[in-house]
Write a protein that binds this ligand. Structure first.
Ligand SMILES: [Zn+2]
Ligand SMILES: [Zn+2]
Length: 151
């Protein structure tokens, strides 16, 4: 799947362009993502960092340590607070783009859910989606295109 779009924060101070073949798109239902979004879950798509180009503004960032001991840095607009993407110290090339920041988020289909043991009880997941109780396993997704994925 090819993803060509523009995106940015709510106020427009940060804008980016993207032209890429995403690795994997998923929803994360963990408590940290519920806190980050102040919502039920985070939806995101993993892309190579070199495929995102900022055309306006530069986001600020906040770092937290994950349960597995990695550094997760989330980038957000310092004017309006919208989150845009994150990068994980364990996968330095990958950017986890927050799906709602795209101008056309409907161009990405999410069929994978992680940390579903933390999902809110009223959320009904499609039976044919790929579901993980905790962290996702992306080995097969990356192996499908090993020349493009390097840590
Ligand atoms: Zn903004
Ligand atoms: Zn999460």
């Amino acid at each position: 799947m090819n993803l060509v779009d523009q995106g940015g924060c709510q106020c427009g101070a940060c804008r980016y362009e993207i032209d890429t073949q995403p690795f994997v798109a998923y929803a994360c239902h963990c408590r940290a993502c519920q806190k980050l979004t102040a919502s039920a879950y985070l939806t995101c798509v993993q892309v190579p960092g070199e495929d995102i180009a900022f055309s306006r503004g530069m986001p600020s960032s906040h770092v937290r340590e994950t349960d597995s001991g990695n550094q997760l840095r989330t980038f957000f607009c310092q004017s309006c607070g919208s989150t845009l993407y994150a990068e994980n110290s364990a996968r330095s090339r990958v950017r986890t783009l927050h799906l709602g920041s795209l101008d056309h988020p409907d161009r990405v289909e999410v069929t994978t859910h992680i940390w579903i043991r933390r999902k809110l009880p009223w959320i009904k997941l499609p039976f044919d989606h790929r579901l993980y109780p905790e962290a996702g396993d992306w080995t097969a997704d990356y192996a499908a295109d090993p020349t493009r994925y390097r840590v």
